[in-house]
Design a protein around this ligand. Sequence first.
Ligand code: NAI
Ligand code: MG
Length: 354
Amino acid sequence: MKIAVLPGDGIGTEIVAEAIRVLDALDLSFEMETALVGGAAYEAHGHPLPEATLKLAKEADAVLFGAVGDWKYDKLDRPLRPEQAILGLRKNLGLFANFRPAICYEQLVGASSLKPELIAGLDILIIRELTGDIYFGQPRGRRTAVDGHFPGAEEAFDTMRYSRPEVERIARVAFEAARKRSKRVTSVDKANVLETFQFWKDIVTEVHKDYPDIELDHMYVDNAAMQLVKAPKKFDVIVTGNMFGDILSDEAAMLTGSIGMLPSASLNSSNQGLYEPSHGSAPDIAGKGVANPLATILSAAMMLRFSLNQAEAADRIESAVKHVLASGLRTGDIWSEGTKRVGTREMGDAVVAA
Ligand code: NAI
Ligand code: MG
């Protein structure tokens, strides 16, 4: 089992170190190799995703990624910014399915901004398509308008695009994932207005014929945004496009209290994957030893389950995390009255011990 370890910037190095200690505590043997990525790679090699880092990632069974970015790079040209590394990895590894589970741990019900009864027991999975949609569609750019409301005015445009195979493969991923859960998929679209998403809806409906054991419903994205805060537990698996998924997954993340708890996986068609916490490099708390390492530790558990075929080890990590939360240990982001505040390292120690 070969793992490429890319800690990145800011708190990335601190939280990945704890995930590695947790992996080391399992009695499995991994081949782990670390490389620079993001701002750290830019400083050393002048590029956020050096050739050697990309090669290591491609050759590994899985990539464990921390976070990249810092405000000090905001003035760099877009291709040199740390965040380009993650886009480059997605593209080069063909990672098209982004899994973002939003689970509300019993002990953290009070950390959410929603009423406890709405989120107690919440366990939903958002699957976001990562390669298509308006983020990458061509043509895009700026020009002088020849028609529309203001002919002759300066305008900008992007193109929303999905191909049949792109929609088919993400639909299959969603139905397969639902088979291992409560067998319900909600496909989120905007078919009432957008041709791209009428096409999406038609294809998801077709693919569904191969999964008669799964219940499928369709929901418009505006309604989905509303239902996520009104009755989030009504969902099980949500599958949607790149842009709607970007927005809804952040909304869902916040239901559970802290972004410091949320893992993610991005997979390609051969189950090779990149695993990272949903949060960024948190420059405001970097170097202070206070970041919550649990999102990264839980991402390592997803890595074991999806890419390394070690479901039992993944279960062990997830139950260790629950045990540590039940024992009352909290990093600052999830701390509340009556619990014990600990740092990144102590949280890692506790998970290793559990
Ligand atoms: P962020 O997620 O880094 O931080 C948002 C807030 O949450 C901050 O107050 C931070 O202290 C807190 N936070 C995040 N993770 C935490 C943890 N594990 N424990 C405790 N508190 C935590 O997002 P922000 O501030 O918008 O972006 C900072 C940098 O990260 C930017 O350069 C951004 O581009 C980059 N970024 C990178 C991502 C990636 O590597 N995949 C994803 C999102 C942002
Ligand atoms: Mg986002």
